[in-house]
Design a protein around this ligand. Structure first.
Ligand SMILES: [Zn+2]
Length: 609
């Protein structure tokens, strides 16, 4: 039967996701992208002529599918692909036009509601130029979405592969012919995206802050698109009553993710929990109680709780307090908090880490995998495997480990993870990535980008780093790689890119890293260890691999330094657990190896119990 191939894509992906100052922004951006994709699919999924190939949701209503997956995880990719048996190309064009306009309408309605929400929040007596703001809103909303689609006629004499390739080619041509132009944006720029003009004067944003502090931070002014994103949880749309779940959702802060292992330690011990409760009470006397959003694994485990940032000494520094809240505090109360905090850290036995990780992973060569499908059902099989993968990811990140999933759809995953569980989340995400070639020896793979960042590092910078590291991993020959960037609070940056595994001798990066962390943490290795090790080898050519005689020397020196810091009788253990480092040096440039050591040493230090 003659068919036509329909591809629909939605963006700008980075415009939705990367513009984030709070973890909620990150989540809301992914949520919106998912919401709009589901909206588009909803226009086509129940047509008798349509067979949805990607994403594999069968002929379910996309919003029902999403509800079943759990709507608090964004789970739609930013595109869909379908086959249509409708012979008349005009009908297919109409269908996709309808999908496009449904998305446009939803976005406009959402923005409208955001505008009304904003206006109502200001109060009736507040004077502001709402007419000018309206105009800005209309311009910005009209220019934001980037939707491209194509209806590709089927060449009967050609096979599925060729037809698919032609459809993608046509889509690329449409994208090239119809670039979305950036209109000139004057005035003060939005605090979130930094691109578009703010909707109105800053004094009006101050008023909004006074009335609705949940949605805005001090000194923030937003454009219409970013305001719409911030209050998107208030919009019911196709989710109806279930929108309440989105509206009530608070997302763990970066400090909350960073301190999750510290809190897990408290949750497991009633004495520690008791001291923690006293600390929480003391802090709550300083300021109005705030809602805490722990990582899912800890959600039902803490009775009294407070955001992780309070666990850091600097939060209780009177001058920091004055600067951030503008309030003077009773010195006695402050001292009491500081004492309780110290007591708590002593009792737990290690200080909380200020660092967390952003993990981004996606399938390698997905275009080739899909492009090699001999027919629609094998294409659908791949889609199904990806849906199954996405469904498992939540379990991996949120139930077994201390992480919070932002997005899992198609072959993409984005998550925030506590450093203590980072290696294992990475390991699981990679291991569970499906075999796309139906063989016992899967040749499909996935690559990941990780940014380890301080909880106070601007979130946008950390996301950007994670994305860059994923791109760096994708640049490795044969891929199947992992790029990690350590973004220190001081601004220092260390980056390493390696493969998950290597053959002959068989090396597993996660295992090597875990062994190294064990050695570093079971011995009293000083903080400066890696730095002095680095300086020792400064004069070596670091841009290339070392030759074998040097590798032996470096390995011996590394082990010698480690042993010097170890208790007696550890020699065998140290040698065994660091034996594979030598092979890593044979594989990669020396500078990449040194950065790898620095990053693993950092993780070890931050997770030392
Ligand atoms: Zn903006």
């Amino acid at each position: 039967m003659t068919e036509q191939m329909l591809i629909f894509t939605l963006g700008p992906v980075q415009g939705f996701i990367a513009t984030a100052r709070k973890t909620e922004d990150l989540w809301l951006g992914s949520y919106l992208l998912s919401y709009f994709c589901a909206t588009a699919i909803q226009q086509v999924y129940d047509q008798s002529s349509i067979r949805l190939i990607f994403p594999a949701i069968g002929n379910q209503d996309p919003f029902d599918f999403w509800r079943r997956q759990g709507i608090t995880t964004a789970s739609f990719p930013n595109r869909f692909l379908a086959l249509s048996t409708e012979q008349d190309p005009q009908e297919n064009l109409l269908l996709l036009q309808q999908a496009e306009s449904a998305v446009g309408t939803e976005f406009a309605n959402m923005a409208d509601q955001a505008f009304n929400f904003f206006q109502q929040a200001l109060g009736q007596n507040w004077r502001w130029d709402s007419g000018a703001a309206r105009q800005i809103l209309e311009r910005q909303v009209a220019n934001f979405l980037q939707i491209y689609w194509v209806v590709s006629p089927w060449a009967e004499q050609e096979n599925y592969q060729t037809n698919y390739a032609m459809a993608e080619k046509r889509l690329a041509a449409v994208k090239n012919c119809r670039p979305f132009e950036q209109t000139e944006e004057g005035g003060r720029k939005c605090s979130l995206c930094g691109e578009r003009q703010i909707l109105t004067e800053m004094d009006t944003w101050q008023q909004f802050l006074r009335r609705r502090p949940k949605y805005i931070r001090p000194n923030e002014g937003l454009c219409a698109v970013c305001l719409t994103k911030r209050v998107a949880g208030e919009y019911k749309g196709y989710l109806g009553q279930q929108q309440a779940e989105i509206s009530n959702l608070t997302f763990p802060s970066t400090a909350e993710v960073a301190t999750a292992d510290f809190k897990a330690e408290i949750a497991e011990n009633s004495e520690k929990a008791e001291i923690y409760t006293r600390f929480v009470d003391a802090v709550n006397q300083l300021q109005p109680e705030e809602k805490v959003s722990p990582v899912p694994k800890l959600q039902s485990q803490m009775e009294a709780n407070i955001d992780g940032r309070w666990l850091f000494e600097e939060s209780l520094d009177p001058s920091v307090w004055k600067r951030e809240s503008g309030l003077d505090l009773d010195p006695a109360q402050m001292l009491n908090c500081q004492l309780e905090q110290r007591r708590l850290i002593d009792k737990v036995g290690f200080p909380p880490s200020a660092y967390y990780a952003i993990v981004q992973i996606d399938g390698d060569n997905m275009g080739s995998w899909v492009g090699a499908c001999p027919n629609a059902s094998s294409h659908q099989d791949i889609s199904q495997k990806l849906v199954d993968y996405s469904s498992q990811v939540q379990q991996l990140v949120e139930v077994t480990q201390l992480g919070k999933l932002v997005y899992a759809g198609g072959d993409d995953v984005l998550a925030l993870v506590n450093l203590n569980d980072l290696l294992w989340v990475l390991n699981d995400l990679r291991l569970k990535f499906p075999s796309l070639n139906d063989s016992a020896n899967p040749s499909s793979s996935a690559s990941a980008g990780v940014c380890i960042a301080h909880h106070k590092t601007p979130l946008g910078d950390a996301i950007d780093q994670a994305r860059k590291m994923e791109q760096a991993a994708k640049g490795v020959e044969g891929k199947n790689a992992l790029g990690i960037s350590l973004l220190k609070h001081s601004g220092n940056l260390a980056q390493t890119v390696l493969k998950w595994s290597y053959p002959n001798p068989e090396l597993n990066l996660i295992e090597i890293s875990d062994n190294l962390i064990q050695v570093l943490n079971s011995n009293n290795v000083s903080k400066k260890f890696i730095y002095s090790f680095r300086t020792l080898f400064d004069r070596f050519d670091q841009q290339n691999q070392l030759d074998d005689s040097l590798i032996d020397l470096v390995q011996a020196e590394f082990q010698r330094l480690l042993l010097r810091a170890s208790q007696a009788g550890q020699q065998e253990m140290v040698e065994l657990k660091t034996a594979d480092l030598k092979h890593l040096m044979q594989i990669t440039e020396f500078s990449n190896f040194l950065n790898y050591l620095e990053i693993i040493n950092f993780i070890a230090r931050e997770t030392k119990k």
